[in-house]
Design a protein around this ligand. Structure first.
Ligand code: MTE
Ligand code: MO
Length: 377
């Protein structure tokens, strides 16, 4: 599986964890393109990387559907049965920018839970596949109270003392809206093994955790999945919940990410020589089909804000991030704090401090991004 990492990923990927493999692109490359090249797309795994041959692959749709069926990849790709769709989608892990919450974590140093993601646990690709809705129809539709679709990944991981497959679910309403794709192609290439070859789910506008890789089964069920990834991980707790009183019922299942953004250049601690302007670049994203409408930067810690000019924003898309650049006016010397915040098309914006969004589990670090830098003249 390490060979797969070396073969498929860019040589400068930051390997956060070797097993299960978790990696993100280095800061200077996160926003080098509005569509992330495959070798630079972040990778989030809970277990190993299954190597599945196309000829050995079958996939079953069962549970609360009228006629459960098993398909080969050729069946799924048969254009006379299922129209193909192509969609550019940003996948963001709800752990993105977790390092900023870790910095405030009381157990820092000894037991930091979860992967220490920086700003690169987000990537954008054009996926080709079919709408899951068509496949449900092909199986005669949902019956007997079927309301959620549970996805099974072929990889396994340890949870407590059990060996489990990766399993999560999404509600039927999401599938019905044609916002769930079964994809075999990523940016014009077959899915890389590390991203789920031969078939993965892509759920538009939901956190990455719902986009199951190495898909081998979909089961129609009545309630959200009871599997641990859905019911015990990826929960958003409140400020009163900690290690002593954590229970799944006190967390909200994270589905759509709120609006967020990140400054990818300059870097924290950089020493800059500026003559009134600092060149900055980064990304902004909002979940649930909302998109970044306005991005603002401050060079004085958030007292005055400048809007990124529209021509410096990448194209708007319902399911995608926007990358941006700005020559940020700066009349501060010495200690400078660059801050970025985004407004989405529903006029949601970001909390101003990490502390105000801090939560047990260290998910959804969506506060305005703050980069302290220094200037010399
Ligand atoms: N699918 C399987 N089978 N196993 C996994 O561990 N991780 C999920 C999701 N799908 C995962 C999975 C999580 S938490 C994220 S953020 C995305 O995959 C990341 O997708 P990527 O690795 O293609 O970037
Ligand atoms: Mo994730």
């Amino acid at each position: 599986s390490w060979e797969t990492v070396l073969k498929e990923k860019h040589k400068d990927m930051l390997h956060l964890l070797k097993f299960p493999y978790n990696g993100e692109p280095p800061k200077r490359l996160v926003t080098s393109k509005a569509i992330t090249p495959n070798p630079l797309h972040f990778v989030r795994n809970h277990g190993g990387i299954p190597i599945i041959k196309k000829k050995d692959f079958t996939f079953t749709l069962d549970g609360l559907v009228a006629n459960p069926k098993t398909y080969t990849l050729d069946d799924i790709m048969d254009e006379s049965r299922f129209p193909r769709i192509e969609e550019t989608v940003t996948i963001q892990c709800s752990g993105t920018r977790r390092i900023e919450q870790i910095a405030l974590y009381p157990g820092q140093g000894d037991e930091v839970p979860q992967a220490p993601w920086a700003e690169g646990a987000i990537g954008t690709a054009t996926y080709r596949g079919i709408s899951l809705k068509k496949l449900i129809k092909d199986c005669g539709g949902l019956v007997n109270g079927g309301k959620h679709l549970e996805f099974y990944g072929a990889d396994t991981y340890f949870k407590d003392l059990d060996v489990l497959n990766y399993v999560v679910s999404v509600p039927w309403s999401k599938v019905k809206a044609n916002e769930v794709i079964l994809a075999w192609e990523m940016n014009g290439e077959p899915l890389p093994a590390i991203h789920g070859y031969p078939l993965r789910v892509v759920v538009m506008g939901y956190i990455g955790a719902r986009s199951v890789k190495w898909l081998y089964r979909i089961k129609a069920i009545e309630t959200p999945s009871l599997a641990p990834v859905q019911s015990r991980e990826y929960l958003y707790f409140n400020q009163q919940t900690g290690k002593h009183n954590q229970k799944p019922t006190s967390g909200i299942q994270i589905q759509e990410m709120p609006v967020s953004s990140a400054i990818m250049s300059p870097w924290k601690g950089h020493v800059i020589i500026h003559n009134g302007k600092i060149h900055c670049k980064g990304w902004a994203y909002s979940g649930g089909g909302r998109w970044p409408e306005r991005i603002e930067l401050s060079s004085d810690g958030g007292f005055s804000w400048y809007e990124v000019p529209h021509e410096k924003l990448s194209k708007k898309g319902q399911w995608t991030w926007r990358t941006w650049e700005i020559d940020l006016p700066c009349d501060v010397e010495g200690w400078i704090e660059i801050v970025c915040r985004c407004w989405d098309n529903s006029l949601n914006t970001q909390p101003l401090t990490v502390r105000s969004a801090w939560n047990w589990g260290l998910h959804v670090t969506s506060s305005a991004h703050r980069i302290p830098v220094y200037s010399i003249n």
